[in-house]
Design a protein around this ligand. Structure first.
Ligand code: GUN
Length: 286
């Protein structure tokens, strides 16, 4: 069994990005910029946003943080996003989810121009992914693909099984694997014979949000197991959707939790921001 080290890979990506942001600044006389919008007081969202802003600082990206109160109106939110959309110093706009209930997330997100949608959440970007066209891809599934690529795990003709069909992970994950010529099955809460589906997987991606759900009896010997889950056990420890200790000897490769896919999500967000900035400048020049 080989461990896939997401922490080290993410650090490597950040150091590569630092060179790109420095070269951008030298060429265009301004920094790569990311606007982060956080609405309300959700503690988990506050931690995520803080981590994203710290990661920007480390990579030479200028961050513009906007903290709005829980009571903000839809009009106020939309007008902030419109002004960020027009600002040439801002290359990416990230609205941290979930939003308070009185705000219409679809309406707010669709105010972000596709070129600044560094989360890859807009219909336009998901449509491009579905058509195998170039666009921005959601950070977590993109991070999984980057790990597979850097560990030289081939996908062509392999059976890939994705557990979970969320808009943020499962669906884009399945499309990315399909675009790399894997034979893809998506399993979800209504899937029958889940264990048999999993047992066929050469590559199994677990993204269902259930602690230690994937066990030894669901894994084919030699499978690559990618764990997207971040769950908390009763004793307060972080664990994935895969029962790591129980399955590890059966896998060829496995991602740990923490230290696997998690650190890659922010690394790919930063990658999407730098790419959006480079593309925006190319559009200005030609
Ligand atoms: N909330 C949970 N994950 C994410 C993410 O990747 N992006 C945003 N914007 N909000 C989230």
């Amino acid at each position: 069994m080989k461990l896939i080290d997401g922490k080290q890979t993410a650090a490597q990506i950040r150091s590569e990005l630092k060179l790109r942001t420095a070269s951008f600044e030298q060429r265009y006389g301004k920094k790569v910029g990311l606007a982060v919008v956080l609405i309300g007081n959700d503690p988990a969202s506050q931690v995520y946003v803080r981590n994203k802003i710290t990661a920007c600082q480390e990579t030479g990206i200028r961050s513009f943080a906007h903290y709005l109160p829980e009571t903000v109106t839809e009009q106020e939110t939309l007008s902030l996003i419109r002004s960020l959309a027009e600002d040439d110093n801002i290359h990416g706009i990230l609205v941290q989810l979930p939003l308070p209930e009185h705000l219409n997330a679809d309406k707010i997100l669709s105010t972000i121009p596709a070129a600044k949608d560094v989360d890859g959440f807009l219909a336009e970007n998901i449509g491009k992914l579905a058509l195998s066209e170039e666009g921005t891809v959601a950070c977590t599934p993109l991070g999984v693909m980057e790990l597979l690529k850097r560990y030289q795990i081939s996908l062509c003709g392999k059976r890939a099984v994705v557990l979970g069909r969320s808009n943020i992970v499962g669906r884009p994950m399945a499309l990315l694997l399909l675009n790399e010529d894997a034979t893809v099955t998506v399993c979800h809460s209504k899937t029958q014979n889940l264990k048999e589906e999993c047992l066929r997987a050469d590559i199994l991606v677990a993204a269902i949000g259930k602690a230690k759900f994937v066990t030894n009896d669901m894994i084919k010997t030699g499978a690559v197991v990618i764990d997207v889950g971040i769950n908390r056990t009763d004793d307060g420890k972080i664990c994935g959707d895969v029962d790591f200790e129980n399955v590890k000897e059966k896998c060829s490769y496995i991602t740990p939790v923490p230290g696997g896919v998690g650190p890659m999500t922010i690394a790919m967000l930063l990658t999407n921001v730098v790419q959006a900035a480079e593309k925006a400048q190319c559009r200005n020049i030609y």
